[in-house]
Design a protein. Structure first.
Length: 67
């Protein structure tokens, strides 16, 4: 999954959730519950380690200043 764009479309009815993956041969849509659970877990882990927006801005400003 490294380097792959993931779009998770969700709403009030979880059974209608869909993941769109950009792949070299075109987009792939995932809507099977087992696969959706995997992407839900992946995105939850990413969210847990992501910086807050203000911290992200500070990091970007620091990096551009250091260049």
């Amino acid at each position: 999954m490294t380097g792959q764009t993931i779009l998770y479309a969700h709403g009030p009815v979880p059974q209608l959730d869909t993941v769109s993956l950009d792949q070299s041969h075109g987009p792939a849509l995932v809507d099977a519950e087992a696969q959706l659970e995997m992407y839900r877990a992946l995105l939850a882990r990413m969210e847990a380690v992501a910086l807050e927006p203000s911290a992200s801005r500070e990091l970007i400003h620091k990096l551009t200043h250091d260049l």
